[in-house]
Design a protein around this ligand. Sequence first.
Ligand code: HEC
Ligand code: HEC
Length: 396
Amino acid sequence: MRRLSAAALLIPLCLAAAAAGAAGDLDRAIGAALFKRAWVPAPSSTRANDGLGPLHNARSCLACHGGMARQPVRLDEAGVVLGENLVLRLSDREGRPDPVYGVQLQTSGLPGVPGEGRAVRSGSGYAARDLAYGPIAPTTRVGARLAPALSGLGLLEQVPESAILAIADEQGRSPDGIRGRPNWLSAPDGSRRLGRFGLKASLPTLAEQVEAAFELDLGMSTPGRNRPAGDCTPAQPACLAAPTGAEYGKPEIAAELVDLLTHFLAARPAPEAKAADPAGSALFEAIGCAMCHRPSLPSARGAVSAYTDLLLHDLGPELDGGATEPGVAPTEWRTAPLWGISGTIAGGAGLLHDGRARTVADAVAHHGGEAASARARFRALSPLDRERLLAFVSSL
Ligand code: HEC
Ligand code: HEC
């Protein structure tokens, strides 16, 4: 473990992981341990690499991505969200963060730095309550997002950019008005990169998605996002002044730890493919679901049966997510991968970005905008064919 600078943290993790056996598995076992690790605030007895918060939503990745699966939203009788896996994002229509609360409502804070507020059920969506730093800006929109399942992400990273762009070209000629578009992200050097990860495809690589999670969800800095106070804003001076785990400008989370976690996630296999009913699959193609939910994408590691095109689509005002990210409309989403949806349904978690749909039929009912023609054809199916299609999708 010589290459690892974060020895104080890693030695106990290595000992725990040694049971994993073969040396090749060791890195992955450490990555798994980092995923589960409950981070602690700085300063603390364990010093190196701690520095949770000051504002944060949870203490570990696992708290939101339990079992690597999408988890149901938990509410108390008054409709207050209890678990951490549903987060509230805040932005104006153009994706600019709230001037006081930042990009995300962090529900927890360290002593002296109050948590920002709570998420509560409100109508058919969620709202922010008990705001600790005054009202949110009048132009700020609030939108809930549910932590997704984390399987097969390494495969999505392997799909060549050219294949994704070819799908966008094909869709551009679709008489249905399907117009998937790549989320181009501009790098500081002026080059552009294709976004693939996150519900709005706003992160280009798995490693950068991991860094974003440390910053927004845990309040910890990484080499790529070296802000030890995470999502604190200048309007939150106590947060900015709180102790951090960053020493001499070094990030709280060293590059090696980001790598280990990224490799662990990338190595997670795709959800197990089920024996699909060919008639259901044919209907899925025939009514146009497969235009966006691609049954197969090419990759150097073989076909990727993720049922996504990794492109953004505008699904209309019904799926307006409130908050958004720069360059992406509030109604635009990355086509949700459908692989593993049987596990999501079995686990009782809702579908769509905030879990609002209980069933596949319910999810389709929310598909407007570019997906309106497919929805109309779904509605026109005979009852028998509709059942076949729903059974097929629910089995993926
Ligand atoms: C407070 C809850 C929470 C915590 C803690 C959290 N996540 Fe997430 N995660 C989410 C939510 C919500 C999303 C969807 C965000 C989006 O893109 O809008 C997400 C998305 C992701 C994705 C993208 C998946 C995809 O399909 O593109 C990855 C990868 C991920 N998280 C990894 C992590 C890792 C690694 C950690 C720990 C460092 C972590 N998360 C901590 C809530 C959380
Ligand atoms: C124009 C592209 C497009 C078409 C056509 C389309 N979808 Fe979708 N679908 C999406 C997008 C984008 C999302 C993510 C929306 C969100 O998260 O709010 C999605 C989400 C879903 C989900 C929820 C998945 C989850 O894990 O939460 C299901 C189920 C689904 N679609 C099924 C279908 C079916 C069945 C059809 C055909 C009747 C269809 N879709 C047609 C783009 C499309």
